[in-house]
Unconditional design. Structure first.
Length: 379
């Protein structure tokens, strides 16, 4: 029967996965032999992989007849490495940067040193892009996760729950191979970002409404610019993810065909799952780019609205200036220091001049109002 997981996350977790009656069994120590049917999953944190590197390499040599090359060990220990795929004649290696709502990875030996803080809205600050490493052997899967990786513990719990009678009756199937399990974990990592879309969309929609609201003075420009930069960085991360998975799919196409119908079907299911993971990544790329374009469009529409508002103000001021310009001309004309001028010494000259000025204002104002030069601007 599977062993219940402890409340405190373990640094190294070892699972034996088989299609027999035992199903999934979690052990305390590194295995000394492979199961006759099934495979072994060794999941460890990055810091513990560095500390237990010699023991893990010795276990790989014992179980698989080979060890990880030094370059791949360095890749698994690098928490800033982008997503990529590589392979040898003995195993395949995939580094996949996760997009999860979690805290930034820290080194347990030096807790004060944290990864680079992400700017922008709170939802973007909570997205952790630490890499997860996969070394895929024929009957063994080695995964290297960030410290306290929720993806590892969540999938481990799903594996242990899949062996119950209720899960078996509902059709829950265990992974058939290390490659199948790697794709399931990668798919769970990708789906973890898809769950953040609603909150991220809500934040950007709020900014759009604030930017386009008439009469508001938007001052949170630093967060908008930081969000645009963060979305661009996420776009680059997703592109690396897509490229890595595409390289994996191309590598699977070159594998030799299986000798039995079961192996052929397993290969086809592996290709189908790989394409499904790639489709999920495409959805993430599409959403990230749409959010980036949405933020850019909101900024452009805000400045366009402000420009139109400024043009309306200048048009109104110009119309008022044009209305009072004839009045300034009349007052300037009668203000000249001539002794003899028409209407200057008559008793009704002032009233005729004032009436004429009012008439000019009424006529010009009516013309400008009909041409909507001084019309009220609607929000």
């Amino acid at each position: 029967m599977p062993r219940a997981s402890c409340a405190k996350p373990k640094a190294v977790r070892v699972f034996t996965i088989s299609a027999g009656s035992q199903g999934v069994v979690e052990t305390e120590a590194l295995p000394t032999q492979l199961p006759a049917q099934g495979f072994v999953w060794i999941a460890c944190a990055r810091r513990e992989f560095e500390v237990l590197q010699a023991q893990i390499q010795a276990s790989l040599q014992l179980l698989c007849g080979t060890q990880l090359v030094d370059l791949h060990v360095s890749d698994l220990l690098n928490n800033q490495l982008p997503s990529h795929y590589d392979y040898t004649s003995q195993y395949d290696m995939l580094v996949f940067r996760r997009l999860a709502a979690s805290q930034s990875e820290t080194d347990p030996a030096e807790p004060a040193q944290a990864r680079m803080k992400r700017s922008g809205p709170p939802v973007l600050k909570r997205i952790d892009t630490s890499p997860v490493g996969f070394a895929v052997f024929d009957k063994l899967l080695l995964t290297v996760h960030p410290a306290d990786c929720a993806v590892r513990d969540a999938y481990a719990s799903r594996l242990l729950n899949a062996t119950t009678a209720e899960s078996r009756s509902s059709g829950v199937k265990l992974p058939a191979s290390p490659a199948d399990m790697m794709l399931r974990i990668v798919n769970q990592i990708v789906d973890g970002y898809l769950e953040l879309r609603r909150e991220l969309t809500r934040q950007l929609d709020h900014w759009q409404s604030e930017l386009l609201r008439p009469g508001t003075r938007f001052t949170n420009w630093s967060s908008v610019l930081d969000a645009r930069l963060a979305m661009h960085q996420l776009d680059e991360i997703c592109e690396d993810q897509r490229s890595a998975v595409q390289d994996w799919i191309d590598s699977v196409e070159t594998w030799p065909e299986g000798g039995t119908p079961a192996l052929v079907r397993e290969r086809e299911l592996l290709k189908v799952r790989s394409r499904d993971v790639l489709e999920h990544i495409e959805r993430v790329v599409h959403h990230v780019r749409r959010m980036e374009q949405s933020a850019e469009t909101a900024v452009q529409m805000h400045f366009s609205a402000q420009s139109n508002r400024t043009n309306d103000i200048m048009r109104t001021l110009t119309a008022l200036t044009a209305i009072f310009l004839p009045l300034n001309l009349i007052t300037g004309f009668f203000g000249m220091n001539f002794e003899f001028m028409p209407f200057l010494h008559t008793s009704t000259g002032f009233w005729w001049t004032a009436g004429f000025m009012v008439l000019i204002v009424a006529v010009v104002g009516t013309v400008f109002w009909r041409k909507q030069y001084i019309a009220r601007t609607r929000g």
